[in-house]
Ligand binder design. Structure first.
Ligand code: ADP
Ligand code: MG
Length: 577
């Protein structure tokens, strides 16, 4: 949007005054682009009435107008960070401008929410040419009569004031923006060094991992800051913060042990979050994990379509095969097995498992149980017999929270204990105990991990009702509605913003129109290419203001949970198990 629109701010102001008292639909005639004094203004879509979803407005500030030094937008990363910074500035400033200007949503200014992480979002986008802001505006009315004066104030006075005070460079912001940039660039640098140090994750000393509460993602005040045990301490380099020392979690199998309530799950959750970059002040700015880290859990009740879960579950009663396993109602163990195999299919390199949310019978089978229930009567091969093969056959590491079973000492490369939130390396002690008291289990895992699913999938056709495209709606991070289907998001723990799910839904709708089967891996590659270019508008029927960047793993997770998904050219079993 670089050409200069013919209509002006003054013209819009006059038109709005003229519309005073007219029927609401007359607003529709104002759709279009306007050259305002300091930016371009677009009224892209007009709401049907003052109670409907607000009208869509976009604002374009060229770099010539906004005056942000080139240093802040010279790389794709910096563009995303600046956009994230500006998004938060606008959110803070909106209450100063927003007021009730009539009935219903008259006068409301709606921006997509942010979170503790820095993501590309459609609400504010920075390119090498300028800054685009998209927001919802409740066009003012009393009942169905246009409130022309109020609309003129809102669109041609207050909104411009909001834009110039938030989207234009101000030298006094410099240190805050610099810190936003440095935080993200340092996190990226830390993450980029993981593989050369054979690490899957890094937690800097001094990080604050616990959150205020399950619903408040702010750092817990007075938390015990993280401190790495000496033996696992590493120092990595960052461009802005210099050398940073902390815990390096090595590739292979790492066990996190410790008494209940000593902080195990908190560490694992922080690692899961480490796939993303956090904002300054979050406490987890220097906690990073391999981008292909996937949190795995049991998720009974989910649907599974055509997944080969035979590495973990085979020879079901009545000789049923689990090589193309489908169910509308998975059990704890089958859901967790499917979650693992689907994650690997989508390219996971690190699995995170917490005993709190795992199926015990998929995790362990001790000697006494092996003696009582013979192997040929137990379809499940426990994770303990597969975790090493995952690494040796496929290079996939596991970080496991396990306070309840010492059998894992035998298969772990490293054991980290948490004691009053302080991490200690207890590998030597754990190995000594395992040597002294061998579990005497029979290994049940066979020679190799087994087959990894590679499915050809047909995306469902979603019901569109009487509309052109299917309904997309998110309920926090709980449910995504796509057409008539409700997808339970609660098992997808690394979704951070509901607008990631929304973006994924639109991507699925776009690709579903091809009406052909896809090899899942190719489909993920295709969609992620667009996300990588941040070309979200290519994923949606019109430019949207409420989409956030997502990872391929959450994309795969949502596709895999579609109940109407079909796997092509293989028979499927439908059997709750
Ligand atoms: P576990 O998994 O070992 O049972 P959690 O990780 O669930 O323990 O932590 C138990 C409680 O302690 C949680 O309320 C959590 O917020 C809090 N907590 C975790 N880490 C810290 C810390 N470093 N400082 C203070 N409180 C913490
Ligand atoms: Mg726990």
């Amino acid at each position: 949007m670089t050409s200069q629109p013919a209509l002006t701010q003054k013209f819009l102001a006059q038109q709005l005054e003229k519309l005073d008292g007219r029927s609401y639909s007359a607003y529709k005639g104002l759709k279009g682009d306007y050259a305002f004094a300091d930016f371009n203004f677009t009224l892209a879509h007009v709401q049907g009435d003052p109670f409907a979803a607000p009208s869509r407005v976009s604002i374009w500030v060229s770099h010539g107008q906004g005056q942000w030094p080139q240093d802040y937008w010279h790389s794709p990363t910096r563009c995303v960070v600046l956009a994230d910074f500006l998004h938060r500035q606008i959110m803070q400033a909106i209450p100063q401008v927003e007021q009730n200007r009539g009935s219903g949503k008259s006068g409301r200014l709606i921006m997509a929410p942010t979170s503790q992480v820095v993501l590309a979002r459609t609400a504010v986008q920075v390119t090498s040419e300028g800054i685009e802001l998209r927001l919802g505006v409740g066009l003012p009315a009393f009942g169905r009569r246009i409130a022309g004066q109020a609309a003129r104030h809102l669109l041609t006075e207050d909104l411009p004031q909001l834009v110039t005070s938030t989207l234009y460079y101000q030298p006094s912001w410099r240190s805050a923006v610099d810190q936003h940039m440095a935080t993200v660039e340092d996190a990226n640098a830390l993450r980029a060094q993981l593989s050369e140090h054979n690490l899957v994750a890094f937690i800097a000393n001094g990080s604050v991992l616990p959150r205020c509460s399950g619903v408040d993602p702010q750092p817990l005040p007075k938390a015990v800051p993280f401190k790495a045990p000496r033996a696992l301490e590493v120092t990595l380099l960052t461009p802005h913060g210099g050398p940073i020392t902390g815990l390096g979690i090595p590739t292979g199998v790492t066990l996190i042990v410790g008494g209940g309530y000593h902080g195990k799950s908190t560490v694992l959750k922080a690692i899961a979050h480490g796939a993303y970059n956090h904002i300054p002040g979050d406490g987890r700015e220097r906690v990073v994990a391999d981008g292909a880290t996937v949190k795995i859990r049991a998720e009974d009740g989910r649907s599974v379509t055509g997944v080969d879960i035979s590495p973990f579950i085979d020879r079901l009663p009545q000789g049923l095969s689990t090589r193309v396993f489908s169910t509308t109602n998975a059990s704890g163990s089958t859901s967790q097995a499917a979650n693992i195999l689907e994650a690997i299919e989508a390219g996971a390199k690190v699995l995170l498992i917490d005993e709190d949310t795992a199926a015990t019978n998929l995790m362990i089978r001790d000697r006494n149980m092996q003696t009582l229930i013979a192997k040929d009567k137990e379809p499940i091969t426990p994770f303990i017999d597969k975790v090493r093969q995952l690494y040796s056959d496929h290079g996939i590491s596991t970080v496991l929270v396990m306070g309840g079973s010492g059998d894992y000492f035998e298969v772990a490369d490293h054991v980290i204990a948490l004691d009053n939130y302080l991490a200690q390396d207890v590998t030597v002690q754990a190995k000594a105990i395992a040597a002294q008291h061998p579990s005497e289990r029979q290994g049940e895992g066979g020679q190799h991990f087994g087959t990894i699913t590679q499915r050809h999938l047909q995306l469902p056709q979603f019901d569109t009702g009487r509309k052109k495209s299917a309904k997309v709606k998110t309920q926090r991070l709980t449910t995504l509605t796509l057409g008539l289907e409700d997808i339970d998001l609660r098992g997808i723990e690394q979704l951070i913003e509901p607008n990631q799910a929304r973006a994924i839904a639109h991507a699925i709708l776009t690709w579903q129109q091809q009406k052909r089967p896809h090899l899942l891996q190719d489909l993920l590659d295709d969609i992620m290419t667009w996300v990588g270019r941040q070309d979200f508008d290519a994923l949606t029927p019109y430019p949207m203001a409420d989409l956030s960047e997502f990872r391929r793993h959450e994309l795969a997770a949502i596709i895999n949970r579609l109940r109407s998904l079909r796997v092509i050219s293989e028979p499927s079993i439908d059997r709750p198990w």
